[in-house]
Structure formats: structure tokens, C-alpha cells
Write a protein that binds this ligand. Structure first.
Ligand code: KG4
Ligand code: ZN
Length: 363
């Protein structure tokens, strides 16, 4: 029979040794970091190697599960992360030809609490089993830093426009962990506005890519939408009014396929113009000459093209992650974790997840 006392004693001893080892041998040997992303409806896993870069990355999306509900169902998301995470980890280890990593990074927030706990628990357990350090990463920081994986890569300091489903922020990135939010949405995030507008136009879930595709058939100037909060000073955004504007336009027009596409076009252009106006202002304000576009909406081809034109006009450089790394993924967490672990950042064996977590406090 299992002697519980001896077992607990062995675990406690082993945990003490693990904790001591992590303190006495800090992180100079961090070569390969396993990254785990489970903040919402995507299970992302990757391995980043300090010499060779990204060794493997895998993404499983839960879209098919949530599509019938028209949005993410948190409990279903947690359960599916449980099902998919360990097989994905096994897969990336195999593809990387390694049996363990030297460190583990996991998304600790912001996001859905149950989904975050799945990733954090697996990460911390695996770290204990492998006797390697683990670190919780701010999901938004992952989005921000993943552009550094591309060639050419930006260098600090830079201005970042983070446009995702949950956030729209302008960030002065001064260095690793040194982020200052210059402006943000006072209501809906840009991605959220894309999703809600797509829904009211009867498009599928997730709405952003569907609306962007439909906008290709839209006629320029068929409708003119406002550019919210651009006539007053400041760097904050507001996108919820655009969605209402789209709804009223749709309800008061002949509801044809062409009108639907025209509204998609006008909506998308209003979002892009608004982002461009505020970015331009933030570039003037900071004097930065590098702009990083991050987050799911950054995959939008029209947005990418029009920001490139802005960069040419202003003689600055704009950097994008590849579209696959604009939306949620494990590579951004592996890479951010690698940067933090090699910088000697550590965390205690106990861990917390943060459903709400501002980038201002990530240092
Ligand atoms: O960064 P992300 O994958 O998740 C969050 O952290 O929120 O962003 C997802 C958001 C969704 O709102 C989705 O509709 C939007 O990004 N999105 C797009 C496009 N691809 C994804 N929005 C506009 N155009 C796209 N091509
Ligand atoms: Zn995200």
C-alpha cells in the first residue's frame, strides 16, 4: 500500500530541491522553450530554440465547436484544451526531435479563467516533472513580441498597435517588459466590432475574416461611415458606434447582397482609417520610427496594405507577424518565454492566472 506520509515527504523534498536548483542555477542553459497558449478558443503549442529559432509549432482551433453558438462557450473551451493540449505537446516534441524542453512558458492571462488554468496547470506540472523553470506570460505581450521572430525584425523602442478580439491598444514598447499604454478602446475592441458587425450582417463565426472577405465585393463610397473619436485629441478609440451605424444602415437599406458587401466595405474602411489616424498621432507623439502591428485584426490584408502606404508616406517602417502569428498561437508564448527566461526572470512554484491583466504591469 502507498505510504502517504513518505510520499508527501518525498514530494516536499523533491520540490525543495527543484526550487533550490532553479535559484542556484538560474537560466543560462535555457536553449529550448516550450510555449503553451490556451487563453481562449485556440490550443497553441510551439518550441523555440535560442540557436535555431522556431523548431515546431502546432495550432488546434475550436471554431467548429463554438460556431453553432455564435461565440466562445468558456466551459467547452476548457474541456477541449484538456483533450488537445497533451497530444499537441507530444507532437511538437517529436517534430523537434527532443524529449523535453529546458524551460516552459504558458499564457497566464488575460483570458478565460478555466482555459488559462488548463494551460498553466499542464505547464507547471510538466516543469516539475522535467525539473525545468516555467514562467507565466501575458498574452498581449506575446502578440506584441512575435513580430521580433520575423526578418527583418524591429528593435526596441517601437510603437505597437495591438488589435485583437479583446483589445485595441497603442503601446510604447521601450524594452522587454517595459510597456506603456498610450491609448485604448473605451468600448468594443476592433476585432470584437468586426465580429459583431459580421454577425448582424448574417455572416458566420468568427466574423472578422468573413467580413473582410465580403468587403472585397463592396463598392467604395456606397456608404460613408464615421471615423470615431478622430476629431478630438487623444489616442483612445471607440468602435461600438460603428457596429450600430452598420445595423441602422442595413435596416434602412434594400437588403441585397451588394448592399451587404458595401456595408462590409464601409465598416472595414472606417476601422482602418481610424486606426491609421490614431497611429499617425502616436508616432508624432513618441517620435518612434518603427510600428508593429499585432493581434488577430493585423491579419487583415487591406489593413496591412494601407499601413504599408502610411509607412512609406511617413518614412517609417511597419512590421507585421506572418498572418498565422497575428491570431493566437503557441509560438508567441514560446518566444516571449524564451526572452524572459534568458533574461533571468523567474516565478515561484505557486502560480496564479489573471483573467484581466494589463500590459502596463507586465514588467
Ligand atoms: O488575437 P486574436 O486571435 O485573439 C484575441 O486575443 O482576441 O484575435 C481574434 C480577432 C477576432 O475578433 C477576429 O475576428 C479578428 O481577430 N480577425 C480579423 C481577421 N482575422 C482575425 N479581423 C479582421 N480581418 C481579418 N482578416
Ligand atoms: Zn490573442
Amino acid at each position: 500500500m502507498l505510504d502517504c506520509g513518505a510520499f508527501l515527504c518525498a514530494i516536499t523534498q523533491s520540490t525543495r530541491t527543484y526550487a533550490r536548483d532553479l535559484l542556484t542555477h538560474p537560466t543560462e542553459n535555457i536553449m529550448r522553450v516550450l510555449g503553451i497558449e490556451t487563453s481562449c478558443d485556440e490550443t497553441g503549442v510551439a518550441i523555440y530554440d535560442s540557436q535555431e529559432g522556431l523548431l515546431a509549432h502546432r495550432l488546434y482551433t475550436q471554431i467548429a465547436i463554438h460556431a453553432q453558438y455564435g461565440g466562445v462557450v468558456p466551459e467547452l473551451a476548457s474541456r477541449d484544451h484538456i483533450r488537445k493540449l497533451i497530444p499537441l505537446i507530444q507532437q511538437v516534441l517529436k517534430e523537434s526531435h527532443i524529449v523535453k524542453a529546458d524551460g516552459i512558458a504558458y499564457t497566464a492571462g488575460p483570458g478565460l479563467i478555466g482555459a488559462l488554468l488548463v494551460g498553466a496547470t499542464v505547464a507547471r506540472s510538466l516543469a516539475w516533472g522535467w525539473q525545468v523553470p516555467a514562467i507565466g506570460i501575458n498574452h498581449l505581450e506575446g502578440h506584441l513580441l512575435v513580430a521580433l521572430l520575423e526578418q527583418p525584425a524591429p528593435t526596441f523602442p517601437f510603437l505597437a498597435l495591438l488589435v485583437s478580439g479583446g483589445h485595441t491598444q497603442l503601446i510604447a514598447a521601450q524594452g522587454l517588459g517595459q510597456y506603456h499604454i498610450l491609448g485604448e478602446s473605451v468600448d468594443d475592441a476592433a476585432g470584437e466590432a468586426f465580429d459583431k458587425t459580421a454577425k448582424l450582417l448574417g455572416l458566420g463565426y468568427p466574423g472578422g475574416p468573413a467580413l473582410a472577405q465580403l468587403a472585397q465585393q463592396g463598392r467604395p463610397h456606397a456608404f460613408e461611415f464615421p471615423r470615431p473619436m478622430t476629431t478630438r485629441p487623444g489616442l483612445d478609440f471607440s468602435f461600438s458606434g460603428l457596429k450600430t451605424h452598420a445595423l441602422i444602415t442595413w435596416q434602412t437599406s434594400a437588403q441585397t447582397d451588394q448592399v451587404r458587401a458595401d456595408i462590409a466595405y464601409a465598416f472595414q474602411q472606417a476601422v482602418i482609417d481610424t486606426l491609421i489616424i490614431k497611429c499617425r498621432r502616436a508616432l508624432q507623439h513618441t517620435g518612434f520610427t518603427q510600428l508593429v502591428i499585432a493581434g488577430g485584426v493585423g491579419a487583415n490584408q487591406q489593413l496591412r496594405q494601407q499601413f504599408r502606404q502610411l509607412a512609406d508616406r511617413l518614412h517609417i517602417t511597419v512590421y507585421y507577424p506572418r498572418p498565422l502569428f497575428c491570431t493566437d498561437n503557441g509560438a508567441m508564448i514560446a518566444y516571449a518565454g524564451h526572452l524572459h527566461l534568458t533574461a533571468g526572470h523567474t516565478e515561484p512554484l505557486s502560480f496564479k492566472v489573471h483573467p484581466r491583466w494589463s500590459l502596463n504591469n507586465s514588467a
